[in-house]
Design a protein around this ligand. Structure first.
Ligand SMILES: Nc1nc2c(c(=O)[nH]1)N[C@H]1C(S)=C(S)[C@@H](COP(=O)(O)O)O[C@H]1N2
Ligand SMILES: [Mo]
Length: 374
């Protein structure tokens, strides 16, 4: 499947010291959009406001009658489904916060040249589908299975390699007792929109976006580790191009603020009036529930405890937090930091790697507080 069109570098390019966002990054930024941060107010992101990231083209799927999902490789009974066949299985709906592994990338120094996310590559949806472990139980996974490889219908070239979009999960993540992985056909009670994977996609709760293969057309069980481009070349944490690197897997904790007050059109800087404001936001982690959010209103010198809404039944979705702030006239920098039940937290200095992956540097929100009579 992989075809090399030229030499492949293990890493993307880094921007030069004073290099601005280029046309190539702008072209990606106009196709792939983020969550407008004011939409953090919704528990479930309204249609069209969820972030979108697509490496190649969105496949044209006028109707799903001609779609076929195949299951093969190291299984006793290879299978093939039309999307409608999946409705014979019990339907499961899960509320899941999805975040791109490259979220925050454009804030890094030096900047990895790719989709230039600030911090808005996130969204929460209710995904409906069939638990993957039920499909694979029917297919009968053979002993010695190592990985499960998922192939999308989209096709392109990346750093010289022609490929279908493909990612794998270790077999225990795909079919383990605890596995919540879904083959989803619905989003927020409706069929998947084209940009989110119509007619079928994988949903891997707690994992960064790259694992959630859209336009899913094949599932293959393998007896050796999958080494496709998106597994072995991309989506690895490397500081130097020659390193093998660690794979990108689960979502690191992050807190974001609902932007307070109102924005300046060009700079997007926030403007508030003096007095007590309730700052609010969302926090999530794909490793363990968020147990603590701290807020700083002086750029990280002093911290206070935010009130964190208990995780409740939606284990894989973001939670809400609140913090009272007595705003005084002048310039301020607001910051929030999430910590999860396993003690993972957010760094105050950038955690840099060449892809800008899984970087959960705290958000900094500059705010101008007006004089009382302004
Ligand atoms: N087939 C396919 N699946 C894909 C991708 C893709 O380019 N092709 N992009 C991945 C990445 S990097 C992310 S972050 C998520 C984004 O999902 P969304 O667009 O539904 O928010 O889809 C993942 N699944
Ligand atoms: Mo992504």
């Amino acid at each position: 499947m992989d075809r090399r069109l030229c030499d492949v570098s293990a890493s993307a390019r880094l921007a030069g010291p004073d290099e601005g966002i280029g046309r190539d990054e702008l072209a990606l930024a106009t196709r792939n959009h983020g969550l407008p941060l004011e939409a953090l107010r919704y528990d479930v992101t309204p249609p069209g406001l969820h972030y979108v990231l697509t490496h190649y083209d969105i496949p044209y799927v006028p109707g799903d009658e001609s779609w076929e999902l195949t299951i093969g490789g190291r299984v006793r009974r290879p299978m093939s489904f039309e999307p409608a066949d999946l409705r014979a299985y019990p339907a499961v709906t899960l509320r899941v916060t999805l975040e791109c592994a490259g979220n925050g990338r454009a804030l890094l120094t030096p900047r990895p040249v790719s989709q230039p996310w600030l911090v808005e590559a996130v969204g929460t949806a209710e995904w409906t589908g069939v638990p993957l472990r039920l499909l694979l139980a029917d297919a009968g996974v053979e002993d010695g299975a190592v990985d499960v490889v998922f192939t999308g219908a989209d096709h392109g070239v990346e750093r010289g390699v022609e490929q279908d979009y493909q990612r794998a999960l270790p077999v225990d993540v795909a079919v383990g007792e605890e596995s919540d992985v879904l083959v989803a056909y619905g989003m927020n009670g409706a069929p998947l929109p084209p940009q989110h994977g119509l007619p079928l996609r994988l949903v891997v709760p707690g994992w960064y976006g790259m694992a959630h293969v859209k336009w899913l057309r094949d599932i293959t069980v393998t007896d050796r580790p999958f080494t496709g481009f998106q597994q072995s070349v991309a989506y690895r944490l490397r500081r130097h191009p020659e390193e093998e690197g660690e794979p990108v897997t689960r979502i690191a904790p992050r807190a974001l603020l609902v932007p307070p007050g109102f924005p300046d059109f060009m700079s997007r800087a926030r403007v508030v009036r003096p007095g007590t404001l309730t700052l609010e936001g969302r926090a999530w982690s794909g490793r363990a529930p968020v147990t603590r959010v701290e807020v700083s209103t002086d750029g990280g010198l002093g911290w206070g405890e935010a009130e964190v809404e208990p995780a409740g039944t939606h284990r894989w979705a973001w939670g809400r937090w609140r913090f009272a702030w007595a705003a005084t006239p002048g310039d301020h920098v607001l910051t929030a930091r999430a910590t999860d039940a396993e003690g993972h937290t957010q760094p105050l200095e950038q955690p840099w790697n060449r892809g800008g992956f899984a970087n959960n540097l705290v958000q900094r929100v500059p705010v101008v507080c007006l004089e009382p009579d302004d």
